[in-house]
Write a protein that binds this ligand. Structure first.
Ligand code: 3UK
Length: 553
């Protein structure tokens, strides 16, 4: 089912609509579940926030940080004050883009929902981005207005010099006279939501691809609810009494869902941490006693190494995404906490998780089964669907999908209505999906296809290994590619040839010997993106350079 008629819109600024992919390049959007039938006019903030107050839920906790807390009524009033400032003082029009730059905290969440409630489009940015990246995003999304945490202004001011369209930067969270906090003091706590269309774009989230410039993935008001009503409702199954916590920034759509959307959809509350490194996360979980935790596999491993018995006692649901969750990590977490982590694959393009098994249906080591509302398949190089038991390229479709902002790469991600995430998956006989690798990361060695993450899983099941990444490295002597592992040893382990040999021995006993890394190189840390993903291309380049120089063993 594809939407063809021009949908209702409240956008006065038509930039986003004009830069949607052409209809022929759009993914199919499917709404088979009854809960996905949304009205044509929809402002997701009304549904996520204001309706709770109308239902008498206004005194329930909504967001908190380490030092602030807001009920639904207080948070909604903050959102309204900010929306009034944006519209009255800065002339924000429905459809106008507002860049947001801040670490995770309730003010950042309020700014985001204020932009969306006013009919604007939030352009979220990761706090660590630098001027060059910010200027690129600002130009690409034609941003004129930005809300920026007062501690993070410097890079954005630099970006403004390079992106003259960025006329106004409003500092927030500080005490200066021009700070948002000052401006909202005089603003009304009432604001009528812009009567947006369900298909009006409300979010542009930039992906940090490994190659090329970032792509802006556009999502609309309906998408915000659809992810809650598919993954949230059918896999996560949160309750109003739940308290969410996690590490991903709200600018990463994994964090937007886990830190805000899923809790608001059910009237629950969420803790937003500005600093969420593993030790901080452990501390916050121990003291604030949340029940649902969202983070990446690396953080689960790091917490396992650092936590004390009982620290995680308040948790009942743990979600992992961003990278494959190795079975060894799943088992170790279960042993330490009794909790079965819900792995799930999501993407910025799809907004959130589209494959992931609910509690009670998990096969450890696999990503799981398609989330109700989504369809998945694996196909060969020519796009032909493969049967169960085969390995191929993953394709998905559902109520959300990829709409790049003016980007030719749309036709790579979306083909014949299906979204191709760039991952190679194995579909087992029971219909479970097993992540093999990013398709570009598959190693072809002596005619074998080797998925780096499988080798990493085998290495991680050895007690001396804290972190590792496996890539293909050139072997000039034999004119082929060999398997090379970069390993971070646990503290107290001697990273020497003896350990390397022991690890090779261990891998050979776990998986087919031809997958065993020929070279193991010990490193202090792995290169990662801000969203926590290993940058395998950096390691591939490093392996190439080391092979040329004959170093790095
Ligand atoms: C990889 C996974 C194996 C996979 C994301 C949940 O990661 C998110 O979005 P990104 O755009 O990256 C997407 C790519 O990351 N990946 C994500 N989860 C898994 N690989 N197992 C997993 N569980 O290559 C995918 O194509 O940064 C995750 C929710 C929202 C998100 N944006």
């Amino acid at each position: 089912m594809t939407t063809t008629a021009a949908p209702y819109t409240a956008h006065v600024d038509t930039f986003a609509r004009e830069h949607l992919p052409p209809p022929a390049e759009m993914p199919d959007f499917i709404f088979t579940l009854p809960e996905l039938r949304y009205p044509e006019r929809l402002n997701c903030v009304t549904e996520l926030l204001d309706n709770w107050i109308a239902k008498g839920h206004g005194e329930h906790p909504c967001f908190r940080s380490l030092d602030t807390q807001f009920t639904y009524a207080q948070f909604a009033a903050l959102v309204n004050r900010i929306a009034n400032v944006l519209v009255t003082d800065y002339g924000l029009l429905p459809g106008g883009r507002v860049l947001l730059r801040s670490p995770n905290n309730p003010l950042m969440a309020a700014a985001l929902f204020a932009v969306i409630k006013a009919g604007g489009i939030a352009v979220t940015s990761m706090p660590l981005l630098r001027a060059k990246e910010l200027a690129y995003m600002s130009d690409k999304a034609k941003v004129a207005l930005a809300l920026c945490d007062h501690r993070f202004l410097e890079e954005l001011e630099k970006a403004k010099l390079a992106s003259p369209g960025l006329a106004n930067i409003i500092p927030m969270g500080g005490h200066s006279n021009d700070d948002l906090t000052r401006r909202i003091e005089k603003a009304s706590p009432d604001f009528a939501a812009c009567p947006t269309g369900a298909e009006d774009i409300c979010l542009i989230a930039f992906t940090s691809g490994t190659t090329g410039v970032p792509k802006g993935a556009m999502h609309n008001h309906r998408d915000m609810l659809a992810t809650c009503d598919t993954y949230g409702k059918n896999v996560l199954e949160p309750r109003a009494s739940d308290v969410f916590i996690g590490s991903p920034p709200l600018a990463f759509t994994f964090g937007l869902g886990g830190g805000a959307l899923f809790s608001l959809r059910v009237g629950a509350s969420s803790i937003l941490l500005e600093q969420a490194a593993p030790d901080k996360l452990i501390e916050a979980i121990r003291t604030l006693k949340p029940t649902v935790c969202f983070t990446a596999p690396i953080a689960y491993r790091a917490m396992l190494a650092k936590m004390q018995p009982g620290d995680m006692a308040s948790l009942r649901i743990c979600v992992s995404a961003g990278e494959a969750l190795p079975q060894a990590t799943w088992e170790a977490w279960k042993k330490a906490t009794g909790i079965e982590i819900l792995d799930g694959i999501g993407s910025t393009e799809m907004l959130h998780i589209f494959i992931g098994a609910p509690a009670g249906k998990i096969k450890p080591g696999s990503t799981g089964i398609p989330v109700p509302g989504y369809e998945a398949k694996i196909v060969d190089e020519d796009g032909r669907e493969l049967p169960r038991g085969a390995t191929g390229r993953l394709a998905v479709r559902g109520p959300t999908g990829c709409r790049y902002l003016a980007d030719a790469r749309q036709t790579t991600y979306v083909q014949k209505g299906w979204n191709f995430t760039g991952d190679t998956y194995h579909l087992d006989e029971d219909g479970y999906y097993w992540h093999q690798a990013r398709s570009d990361d598959m190693i072809v060695s002596a005619g074998y296809n080797i998925a780096g993450p499988e080798v990493e899983g085998a290495l991680l099941s050895h007690p001396a290994v804290l972190e590792c990444a496996v890539v293909g490295a050139p072997d000039p002597a034999h004119d082929t590619t060999i398997v090379k592992a970069y390993v971070v040893a646990r503290s107290g382990q001697k990273a020497d040839d003896g350990l390397a040999a022991a690890l090779q021995e261990h891998v050979r006993s776990e998986i087919a010997p031809f997958k065993c890394p020929r070279i193991i190189s010990f490193v202090e840390a792995l290169p990662r993106t801000e969203s926590g993903k290993v940058q395998r291309f950096v390691l591939r380049e490093r392996a190439k350079a080391e092979a040329e120089k004959g170093t790095g063993r």
